[in-house]
Design a protein around this ligand. Structure first.
Ligand code: BLA
Length: 510
């Protein structure tokens, strides 16, 4: 039965997109043994090298690549470093004088050589191009301007109709945080796309090969022959520059009206932070390999700069937080009654980790200030916290997600950061954040990332990108990683103070 259904995401994540056995037609591929004999060839070989793929199998590739190309590639192969290295050679001359660009890498004991005609597009002074691009980035002050400038630079370099900076969230969905686009094609800025639009295995590949070009959505893939080798294995095209594209993704791009697509990975702290996602609408588009390589290098530099910006921001925040916390502790040390004063404690903590309310639970007694759940909600809250991992900070933007009863007060307090302040998890400082109703603009209904395709139980990406607004309730502004780290620091100090106070109290009692 056909119809719409909830997408089975594991289905998508299992498609072996590195083993589709085909390339895009903009170049050719040869798989060579280490002694340079052709093991596999793309079926379009004749078009580029004048010899049919079938006839090339088992021959020496030097016969048609020529001595110069063979020599240059052999030399370069010795420079491959690391398992995911791909070497590039630009503007080499074939025996008949035509200039080709090459990408070479190893997969197992097989050499993969990919060639495509050189573009005479004057991208030769790569170093100064990159230097100028970096300079522009450095002139930007805030994050938004930095992203925007990045998008502009990639568009200027590659000429795509639309260049977006697409940033991932923890749940894998993403949002367009900057855009540079040709006039008159509308804007995707701020739109959110579900995680399933880019399946897991594709994300893994984009970490290994930070650049992906889909030069022409309508181009027929070119099979690499033979499909299976003597061991029955398909060719592994994980690192191939020309790797052909999953039909599901092609369908997705068609549904979006895209003719060519390009993505450049933005990697921060070893993680896929996001992508430069680029669309071309009027047919295919493929910048030359050299220019694509500059774009890729730009993406790498962009990621590094982003990383250092984020680090700087973080360490600034942590420094301020440390100073606040030192001040707080010094004050308490002087006047221990302050710890019983939730108003005072609340306003001091708020400077460090912004919140709307604070509850202090010590020895079964509650003190609170600001926007907090009602007092009778605390015993349950504390019991649930006691049941969680001992002695750890717990932070959530959605208390009711773990403690369903919290839904009753989530219009007042929706988010919580709990700091356990005694060694046995019984006493807490609880920071609450109010609900913040947000409207998320999804590009299409995220509950229907796919519909059942015309050819049976095969997934088809959704075909509507009509903005679908979702009102998110019962959630607060999330607590950031840096805030949680700072809370750890506060915790250590608070424990010290609380221990000291209880020692003093015992002494007084004696
Ligand atoms: C790949 N999906 C991608 C890529 C992007 C997106 C950017 C990288 C390849 C490329 O550059 O085109 C998605 N494109 C987007 C998003 C925006 C955009 C979110 O412009 C927002 C601005 N896709 C689906 C479903 C499946 C799917 C349901 O929607 C699976 C069932 C698959 N997407 C899919 C696959 C790839 C992909 C398999 C990998 C393509 C490849 O590299 O071979």
């Amino acid at each position: 039965a056909q119809g719409e259904f909830e997408v089975d995401l594991t289905n998508c994540d299992r498609e072996p997109i590195h083993e589709l056995g085909a390339i895009q037609p903009l170049g050719f591929l040869l798989a060579l043994s280490t002694d340079w004999l052709v093991r596999r060839a793309s079926s379009n070989l004749e078009q580029y090298l004048g010899i049919a793929a079938d006839d090339a199998l088992g021959t020496h590739a030097t016969e048609y690549l020529g001595d110069q190309v063979t020599h240059a590639i052999r030399n370069r192969l010795t420079m491959l470093r690391g398992p995911d290295a791909v070497e590039r050679l630009f503007g080499l001359h074939l025996p008949d004088g035509r200039r080709f660009d090459f990408a070479v890498h190893m997969t197992g004991d097989t050499i993969l050589v990919e060639g495509e005609p050189s573009h005479e597009e004057g991208a030769s002074d790569a170093a100064s191009a990159i230097r100028a691009m970096m300079g522009r980035l450095d002139e930007t002050t805030d994050a938004a301007a930095f992203y925007r400038e990045g998008a502009r630079q990639v568009r200027a370099l590659t000429g795509f109709d639309r260049v977006m900076v697409y940033r991932f969230d923890q749940d894998g969905s993403g949002v367009v945080v900057a855009e540079a686009a040709r006039a008159g094609i509308g804007s995707f800025l701020d739109l959110r796309y579900p995680a399933s639009d880019i399946p897991q295995q594709a994300r893994k590949l984009y970490l290994r090969t930070p650049f992906r070009i889909i030069a022409d959505v309508e181009a027929a893939p070119v099979p690499v022959l033979p499909r299976l080798d003597e061991t029955g294995a398909p060719i592994d095209l994980s690192l191939s520059v020309l790797r052909s594209v999953s039909p599901i993704h092609i369908e997705y791009l068609r549904n979006m009206g895209v003719g060519a697509s390009m993505s450049i990975s933005i990697i921060v702290e070893g993680r896929l932070w996001g992508l430069f996602a680029c669309h071309h609408y009027s047919g295919g588009r493929c910048p030359g390999f050299e220019r694509r390589s500059i774009a890729e290098l730009f993406g790498q530099m962009f990621g590094l700069k982003l990383e250092s910006r984020e680090r700087k921001e973080m360490s600034g925040y942590e420094q301020r937080a440390r100073a606040n916390s030192d001040r707080l502790l010094a004050a308490v040390a002087k006047d221990s009654s302050l710890l019983d004063n939730p108003e005072w404690l609340g306003s001091s903590l708020r400077e460090t980790v912004p919140c709307d309310g604070i509850g202090i639970w010590i020895d079964g007694r509650l003190a609170r200030s600001g926007m907090t759940p009602p007092p009778d909600a605390f015993p349950l809250l504390v019991r649930r916290l006691n049941a969680m991992a001992a002695g750890r900070i717990y932070a959530t933007d959605h208390i009711a997600g773990t403690i369903p009863q919290a839904a009753e007060f989530d219009d007042i307090a929706a988010g919580l950061l709990a700091i356990p302040i005694s060694r046995s998890p019984r006493d807490y400082v609880l920071l609450f954040r109010q609900e913040r109703i947000r409207t998320v603009k999804w590009a299409g209904d995220p509950h229907k990332p796919a519909i059942l395709g015309p050819n049976g139980p095969r997934l088809t990406p959704r075909n509507s990108f009509e903005t679908w607004s979702q009102e998110v309730r019962g959630r607060s502004e999330p607590f950031l990683e840096a805030e949680v780290r700072v809370a750890e620091m506060l915790r250590a100090s608070l424990i010290e103070v609380v221990l000291r106070l209880s020692d003093d109290a015992q002494e007084e009692r004696r």
